[in-house]
Design a binder for this molecule. Structure first.
Ligand SMILES: Cc1cc2nc3c(=O)[nH]c(=O)nc-3n(C[C@H](O)[C@H](O)[C@H](O)COP(=O)(O)OP(=O)(O)OC[C@H]3O[C@@H](n4cnc5c(N)ncnc54)[C@H](O)[C@@H]3O)c2cc1C
Length: 538
C-alpha cells in the first residue's frame, strides 16, 4: 500500500502514548509511510501539557508504560510508585528517541479539519500551518483528556492577577510563594495540586462544586525486591493486565459486600486502604458497582476517614461527598489532601453551603455574595472528555456528514474504534471503548495492535476501504448503553456522563461491558477473526 495515491498511507493525529505507538507500529512493523501531526512542541501528550504542581500518574508505574518494548521494561527504572509529570515525559521522550520517532512528527501543528474524498478514497487533512495532505487512513490519537474545559465565568477578562488552567500550565512553573491563590475545582487534578500549592501560598482558597471520594495514593519508593520480582515476571504481568477488567492487577473479593459481617468488611477495607491507590476501588467487592446498599457501605467507610482526618467538623462535613455513589466519578488519589484543610492558611468555599462562584472580579472571585481576594487563580476544571478532542477535528465523512452532527445526541461508534459513514478512520481509546475506565496504556496498546492488524489484513487482501456498518454501530451503541444502565454510573453527574460541559448530551461515554478490558479485547479479536464482522470492506 505504500504506492497508495495519497501523500501518506496514514496520518496520525497526536503524539502521546497512542500516537507514538501507532507511528512505531505502522511505520516499523508494516513499513507504511506515516505522518503524525501534534499540536504540542514535543511528544508526551498528557505529560507534555499537564505541568501543574503535584501532577503525577495514579496508575502504578510498572504498568503505566509501554509493554511492547520488552528490553525497555527491563532497563527503565521508575523512581517511585507514581512518578511525576517530568519523569513520565522523560520516559516518552526516551521512547521517541530510542525508536527514532520524531522524524515523522510535525510538532506545533494542529489538525483543523479532515474530509473523506469519496472519489479517491482518501482522507484530506488540513492543519493550522496551512498543510493539506492526503492519506488512505486517518487515525485519531488525540487522547480522551486533552480538550481543556474552561468554564465561561463572567468577568475573567477583568481579573488583574494571573490565572492558569492546570492542563496548560507554564513550562517554567509558577511561583506561589507569598501569594493569595484560588483553586477552582476539586477533581483528581485539584486533589494532586492543592496540597502542593498550599505549601507555598500565603493563603489558599479552594472553590468546591462537588466533594469527592478520595483514597490515599501511598506514593513512595518501591521496594527493590518487588521491582526485581516484577521485572522477572513481566510476561505474566502483561498477560494478566491485558485479560483483567481494568488493565490493572486489582484485588477482587469474590463475594457481595452485603454477605459479609461488619468486622470482616472493615478488615478488608482497611487492607485496601493501606494498599492505597486503585487497590481501593469500587470493584473490589462484586456488588459495589451495581447495588446502592452495597455501595453505601463502602462510601460510609470513606466518609468516616474524612471525619477522622479533618479537624474542624464543619469543614469535614462539607468535604464529605453527598448525593452520588462512591466510584461513579473518577477516583482521585490523594497525598495529604484532606490534611491540607487543617492548615490555617487554607479555606474551603463550598458551592452547596457557602454559595457557588458568581463572577471573577478585578481582584478575585465572588461566590455566594462574598468577595475572595486573590493574586493567582488556578482552574482545575478538567476536560471536555472523550468526545471533545474528536469533534474538534471537524471531520467530514461520506456525503459531507460531520462527526459533530452525527454525535449530536452522544457518540455513535462501532467498538469505540470506528464510525459508520467515516471509512478508514480509527480512534484510539475512543468513546464506547473501555478507555478511561482502564489503565490507559493497556487499552491504547490493544487498539493500536488491532488497527495495525486490520490495516495489514486489508493490505494483504488488496482492500481499499473499511467502514462500520450502520447496523453494527446501532447494536454497539445499544449494547454500551445497556451495560452502563446496569450499574450505578449513570445516576451521577460525572464527566463520564458529559455532565461537566453545559449542553453536552448526558450519555455514559466509556464501555463497561464484557467484564471490561479483557472481555472487550476478546470481542474485538473475534470481530477480526470473523473477517471484520460488522464492517464493510471494499
Ligand atoms: C493529569 C492526568 C493524569 C493522568 N493519569 C493517568 C493515570 O495514572 N493512568 C491512566 O491510565 N491514565 C491517566 N491519565 C489519562 C492519560 O490521558 C492517558 O493515560 C494517556 O496519557 C493518553 O495518551 P494518548 O496519547 O491517548 O492521549 P494524550 O496524551 O492526551 O495525547 C493526545 C495528543 O493529541 C494532541 N492533539 C489533540 N488534538 C489535536 C489536533 N487537532 N491536532 C494535533 N494534535 C492534537 C494533543 O496535543 C496531545 O498531545 C491521566 C490524564 C491526566 C490529564
Amino acid at each position: 500500500m505504500t504506492d497508495a495515491a495519497g501523500d501518506f498511507d496514514a496520518v496520525v493525529i497526536g503524539a502521546g502514548f497512542s500516537g507514538l505507538y501507532m507511528l512505531k507500529s505502522l511505520r516499523d512493523s508494516l513499513g507504511l509511510k506515516v505522518r503524525v501531526f501534534e499540536a504540542g512542541d514535543s511528544v508526551g501528550g498528557t505529560w507534555y501539557w499537564n505541568r501543574y504542581p503535584g501532577a503525577r500518574c495514579d496508575s502504578d508505574a510498572y504498568i503505566y508504560c509501554f509493554t511492547w518494548d520488552k528490553q525497555l521494561l527491563q532497563d527503565w527504572q521508575w523512581s517511585e510508585r507514581y512518578p511525576g509529570q517530568a519523569e513520565i515525559l522523560r520516559y516518552l521522550e526516551h521512547v521517541a528517541q530510542r525508536h527514532d520517532l520524531k522524524r515523522d512528527i510535525a510538532f506545533g501543528t494542529r489538525v483543523t479539519s479532515g474530509a473523506f474524498d469519496e472519489q479517491r478514497n482518501l482522507w484530506v487533512v488540513h492543519t493550522d500551518k496551512g498543510d493539506e495532505v492526503t492519506a488512505r487512513f486517518l487515525i485519531a490519537a488525540v487522547g480522551t483528556l486533552s480538550a481543556t474545559n474552561m468554564p465561561q465565568f463572567e468577568g475573567l477578562e477583568r481579573f488583574k492577577g494571573r490565572w492558569y488552567h492546570t492542563s496548560r500550565f507554564p513550562h517554567a512553573g509558577v511561583d506561589f510563594t507569598g501569594k493569595r491563590v484560588g483553586v477552582v475545582g476539586t477533581g483528581a487534578t485539584a486533589v494532586q495540586a492543592i496540597p502542593e500549592i498550599a505549601q507555598q501560598a500565603k493563603q489558599l482558597t479552594v472553590f468546591q462544586r462537588t466533594a469527592n471520594y478520595c483514597v490515599p495514593a501511598r506514593n513512595g519508593k518501591v521496594d527493590p525486591e518487588v521491582t526485581a520480582a516484577r521485572k522477572a515476571d513481566y510476561d505474566g504481568i502483561v498477560r494478566r493486565i491485558r485479560e483483567s477488567p481494568f488493565g490493572q492487577e486489582h484485588y477482587f473479593i469474590e463475594k457481595s459486600v452485603l454477605e459479609t459481617t461488619p468486622e470482616e468488611r472493615e478488615r478488608e477495607f482497611d487492607r485496601m486502604w493501606d494498599a492505597g491507590g486503585f487497590g481501593f476501588w469500587i470493584a473490589n467487592y462484586q456488588d459495589m458497582f451495581f447495588d446502592q446498599q452495597a455501595n453505601d457501605i463502602c462510601a460510609d467507610y470513606l466518609k468516616r476517614k474524612i471525619r477522622s482526618t479533618v479537624k474542624d467538623p464543619a469543614v469535614a462535613e462539607r468535604l464529605i461527598p453527598k448525593g452520588y455513589a462512591y466510584g461513579t466519578k473518577r477516583q482521585p488519589l490523594d497525598t495529604n489532601y484532606f490534611e491540607t484543610f487543617n492548615k490555617d492558611s487554607v479555606l474551603l468555599v463550598d458551592a452547596a453551603t457557602d454559595g457557588a462562584i458568581e463572577a471573577i472580579t478585578e481582584t478575585g472571585i465572588r461566590a455566594g455574595g462574598k468577595e475572595y481576594t486573590l493574586d493567582i487563580i488556578v482552574f482545575a476544571t478538567g476536560f471536555d472528555a472523550m468526545t471533545g478532542p474528536l469533534t474538534a477535528l471537524n471531520l467530514q465523512g461520506r456525503g459531507g456528514c460531520t462527526l459533530t452532527e452525527e454525535w449530536e445526541h452522544g457518540p455513535r461508534t462501532y467498538l469505540g474504534v470506528a464510525m459508520a459513514g467515516f471509512p478508514n478512520l480509527f480512534t484510539i481509546t475512543g468513546p464506547q471503548s473501555p478507555s478511561v475506565l482502564s489503565n490507559m496504556p493497556v487499552s491504547i496498546e490493544q487498539h493500536v495492535e488491532w488497527i495495525t492488524d486490520c490495516i495489514d489484513t486489508m493490505r494483504r487482501e488488496g482492500r481499499t476501504t473499511i467502514e462500520a456498518t450502520p447496523q453494527a454501530q446501532d447494536e454497539w451503541v445499544a449494547h454500551v448503553a445497556e451495560a452502563a444502565a446496569g450499574t450505578l454510573m449513570t445516576g451521577t453527574n460525572s464527566w463520564y456522563m458529559g455532565a461537566n460541559i453545559p449542553g453536552k448530551p448526558r450519555v455514559f461515554l466509556p464501555y463497561l461491558g464484557e467484564a471490561g478490558v479483557g472481555g472487550y479485547r476478546r470481542k474485538c479479536d473475534e470481530v477480526a477473526a470473523d473477517g471484520y464482522a460488522g464492517f464493510a470492506l471494499t
